[in-house]
Design a binder for this molecule. Structure first.
Ligand code: PLP
Length: 622
């Protein structure tokens, strides 16, 4: 548990069993916990291959409950007079099943949806049933978008158009006049507060979205002039996603609450204050304000938000608004786990080198050997520099034909032994020289794994986000290897070589030696943003997706199965005409018959194999 930090990032949901396997535990009691290895067996029995994305509906249910109950508790304890209405931003995970489950599990709390485009609005309208929940329309809105939102309003839904650009107001007013439907209007404000973190460009004066104070006043004036201030009901902002520091959250709420109170003063109907997303996930389990973590709990977030809104409202005698948050990541991150098998390992052994060196070897090799023999913890930087220097000289000599391949190979063994000795000596130091910080990754094994970073964890590649990665079994055995992970795209960016650690991050992951049986790893907390941002790099497509329901008695059901892309599917995504490809290949085979290279019955076998290839999974099939 210590080694992979599962206690810290796993919340109450993930732990390790007495058999050394990762357990999923949505009900926080040992009786109902399910081993991921049992799920893997169920998946294998049904003939599905790795990689597989597992979605646990109970975890989604549990997170929706947790957020809503935490707000309810905060409001009760502070005697807040308004209510809370969460909305789930569809962009965070747009899969139909996710939207369906959010609306299903969210209904008891009137948890609504947030949309930022026409397709998302249409997806929302086809799933939302609860008229007490909110439907927040952000993003650019054309006539079609606005008409749909107005019809939703007519049908009794709490649908709000949030104005992001000044000229949106005119189309909204025009369409509402033509259709004779009174709109609910919100304004998105650019706050001057800005937060730290990876994803926070949405905040601050220079953010791309939202209105500045003078634009908001212009909207108020225009609505006042038209006698429509009773339509202005909501103030919205979004500071950014994954905000690690609670102080940034508090400052933004205070600023927005002040603007809200001013809008009430101006005579706007108001009633709703929408704080956007930003509630962060503790990916590295450090509970700090590091980018991959957060220095607050969900309960503290709710208390701070409610307390800040209340403080401003009470100062101005303004009625407490309905507080909306658009938390996405916090609802769905735990929901999904990516599982895959290890295909192969490149082991970086510590080569043995002889006690004594043959005097006839070239001087540079003997110098390198001397460096190796002189290493101690005080001179590692110097030895490192010298080892690199002599290795380069030896390479140059080889290029100019001055040493043999055998001598060069021997010099490499000395070099890598030297790097191993330096890494060992470094462990004795409190502070390592900066250049040697990542030396372990240079001698780490490479575990080749059956998945694509680009398809399944794009944020790991694009913005260096860290996700917890660990074996899901053999956890009673001490892992003896230090590894980095390579995916099967064969792209040098298709790797994971930074891993979570409580104190910072580390460049290698402890893993077990491969045995005959499959070795499975899991990447956790991948439910938010990863699925739709994934791409088809090297034409590795969507993975198999399986939805799991865990019952209170510890049994589980695989309730839904979505087969991953076939080779044929991914080829058609990039405009290949599969029928034509087949005809072309058949013609090539016919040509080979004409050239006397094979028989017509060979052609039959070859075409069969071509068709099997087209129908197959894009990942490595065992
Ligand atoms: N609301 C808006 C307007 C967003 O752009 C986003 C995403 O960045 C969210 C909500 C969701 O944020 P989070 O996933 O941090 O809760």
């Amino acid at each position: 548990e210590e080694l992979y930090g599962i206690k810290n990032w796993g919340s109450t949901y993930f732990s390790i069993s007495d058999e050394g396997e990762v357990l999923v535990n949505p009900y926080s009691d040992k009786k109902s916990a399910v081993s991921l290895m049992d799920i893997v067996s169920g998946v294998k029995d049904r003939g599905l291959d790795m990689p597989v994305l597992l979605r646990f509906e109970n975890l989604l249910d549990s997170q929706i409950t947790y957020l809503n109950e935490s707000f309810a508790k905060a409001m009760k304890s502070l005697d807040y007079k308004g209510t809370y209405r969460g909305v789930y931003p569809i962009k965070v995970n747009q899969q139909q099943q996710v939207v369906e489950e959010v609306t299903k599990f969210g209904q008891k709390y009137h948890h609504g949806l947030e949309v930022g485009s026409k397709p998302e609005l249409i997806a929302a309208l086809s799933h939302i049933k609860d008229k007490e929940s909110c439907l927040i329309c952000n993003g650019y809105k054309d006539e079609e978008f606005i008409d749909l939102g107005l019809y939703a309003t007519k049908m009794g839904f709490n649908c709000f158009f949030v104005i992001e650009m000044p000229n949106e107001l005119d189309i909204i007013l025009e369409r509402s006049k033509i259709l004779n439907i009174k709109p609910n209007i919100g304004v998105r404000i650019k706050l001057s507060a800005k937060a730290g973190g990876h994803w926070t460009d949405s905040g601050g004066d220079r953010s791309i979205f939202g209105l500045n104070m003078s634009q908001i006043i212009e909207i108020v004036d225009e609505l006042k002039e038209k006698g429509m201030l009773d339509s202005l009901k909501l103030l919205h902002y979004h500071l950014g996603s994954q905000i690690p520091n609670i102080r940034d959250i508090r400052n933004a709420v205070l600023e927005a609450a002040r603007v809200y109170a001013e809008l009430v003063n101006e005579g706007a109907a108001m009633g709703y204050l929408d704080l956007g997303g930003g509630l962060a996930i503790d990916y590295d389990g450090s509970s700090t304000n590091y980018t991959n973590s957060r220095n607050y709990t969900v309960e503290e977030y709710c208390m701070d938000v409610v307390e800040a809104v209340m403080r401003v409202m009470d100062q101005r005698d303004t009625p407490h608004p309905v507080i909306i948050t658009e938390s996405g990541r916090a609802l769905v991150a735990y929901y999904s786990i990516l599982l895959f098998n290890v295909l192969d390992v490149a082991i970086f052994e510590e080569y043995e080198i002889p006690e004594k060196l043959d005097e006839s070897l070239p001087e540079q090799i003997r110098n390198l050997y001397e460096v190796n023999k002189s290493i101690n913890h005080k001179n590692i930087q110097e030895c490192y520099n010298d080892a690199l220097y002599y290795r380069d000289e030896i390479k140059d000599m080889f290029k100019h034909g001055r040493i043999s391949l055998r001598d060069r190979s021997f010099s490499e063994k000395i070099f890598w032994n030297t790097i191993h000795q330096i890494a060992k000596a470094k462990k004795k130091l409190k502070f390592a020289p900066p250049e040697l910080e990542d030396i372990e990754s240079a001698i780490a094994d490479i575990y080749y794994c059956n998945f694509s970073v680009f398809q399944s964890i794009p944020d790991s590649w694009a913005i260096d986000q860290l996700f917890p990665v660990m074996p899901i079994h053999r956890l009673l055995e001490l892992p003896k290897r230090n590894a980095v992970i390579a995916d099967i795209t064969c792209d040098c960016d298709g790797k994971i070589d930074r891993f979570i650690d409580l104190h910072d991050e580390r460049s290698t992951l402890p893993l077990h030696e491969l045995k005959k049986e499959e070795y499975y790893l899991g990447i956790f907390l991948v439910g938010a943003y990863q699925e739709t941002l994934g791409d088809l790099h090297n034409l590795f497509g969507d993975t198999n997706v399986i939805s799991v329901r865990i019952n209170k008695d510890g049994s589980f059901e695989l309730i839904k199965e979505i087969q991953g892309d076939s080779v044929e599917d991914v080829l058609s995504y990039v405009e290949f005409d599969v029928k034509q490809m087949r005809a072309n290949f058949r013609e090539t085979a016919e040509e080979a018959i004409r050239e006397g290279l094979m028989t017509p019955s060979d052609r039959k076998e070859i075409m069969l194999s071509f068709d099997n290839g087209l129908r197959g999974y894009t990942y490595y099939e065992r």
